[in-house]
Design a protein around this ligand. Sequence first.
Ligand SMILES: *[C@@H]1O[C@H](CO)[C@@H](O)[C@H](O)[C@H]1NC(C)=O
Length: 435
Amino acid sequence: MSGRRELPLMRHSTSAHSLRNSRITIAIAVGIFLGCVFAFFFPHGFFLSNPNFHSPHLSNSIAQVVSTPCESSERLNMLKADFAAASKRNVDLKKQVKELTEKLRWAKQGKDQAEEQVVVLGEQHKAGPFGTVKSLRTNPTIIPDESVNPRLAKTLEKVAVQREIIVGLANSNVKEMLEVWFNSIKKVGIPNYLVVALDDEIANFCESNDVPVYKRDPDEGIDSVGKTGGNHAVSALKFRILREFLQLGYSVLLSDVDIVYLQNPFDYLYRDSDVESMTDGHNNLTAYGYDDVFDEPPMGWARYAHTMRIWVYNSGFFYLRATIPSIELLDRVANRLSREKAWDQAVFNEELFFPSHPGYDGLHASRRTMDFYLFMNSKVLFKTVRKDANLIKLKPVIVHVNYHPDKLPRMKAIVEFYVNGKQDALKPFPDGSDW
Ligand SMILES: *[C@@H]1O[C@H](CO)[C@@H](O)[C@H](O)[C@H]1NC(C)=O
């Protein structure tokens, strides 16, 4: 709390006594109202989530008002009276309060708080000579906020390496795949990975296998999904859970459990983009983008329309830097999945790629497609690589069995082939699935 200073009101003569009283009453009322409004809209504290707001005068007292529920009314009244008095005294502070009120108004209109996070990226520059300019794709990381989840913060302090971590979500439906998953990670010697256990069975299973595990609090309402949910329900949950990791200042490599690790992925990341993702594409064109020409002969001279095509990013294996655009992406996807019955991977890609247009503000996140031979999907492996004498010699970083429903036997075969050197381990499987 800021020190008790002489209030300007105190200097008035006793003849202004009643005026003073009523002013104080109004000040207290305004204070309580603002306090409750802040507490409602910013339950985790307003200033904690806005690193660009600096008010050494106000931040202390307001932060306390915000973090205190309207319970200890005496103390609260003191704080609020302080706040009200301080804001009266200082034109500069008044301006800030006005800004706050403005922000509250936006919040009321349902606008995303992240929208107000204007990251100032330094001064203006001259462009420089031809061929030397590069736009910004590596956004600054956020200021970690441990108050979001102190227990998770403690866990991450122990297991993360350079504020990076592999995160896998699992319930007991995927227990057998999870076992292949973490055994492959252990074999490579990757220390920084964590299983988010969605039920007790998985939590115990991880503990008994010395696998770093984080069990969410049972009172976190969204978790009923995790216990009973199928693949897609769990997929929606992950976007909410990942947000906490990023808010705590950790960059996350989200990993489905139908993935076999053959090398350490952290040795193969570029870390220059908000989102770095594996692709569902199977060659240079489909993975990295191409001009798909649409032909409409009746148009004559203009029969060819050029279109931009890219196979979707795989929402089961992607790396997010702890930046505002990454968090905005998670929020946008989670928000849409809570309103529509949609496939999370489709929503993930739409949010990531559709540009702004009338009535719609697109996400501005920088993106990088991972090398599809290093971060390999199972179509690439079974359709192409296993039949190619050169490609089969290269060891991928991971293989994701995303294109085939018989995941477990294919995962085991991949381990047999790449880890145990069993040359014919991949042979029994058809290219696609037999339905
Ligand atoms: C795909 O792209 C890589 C590098 O971008 C290149 O070396 C390779 O030859 C390309 N492959 C084909 C089939 O075009």
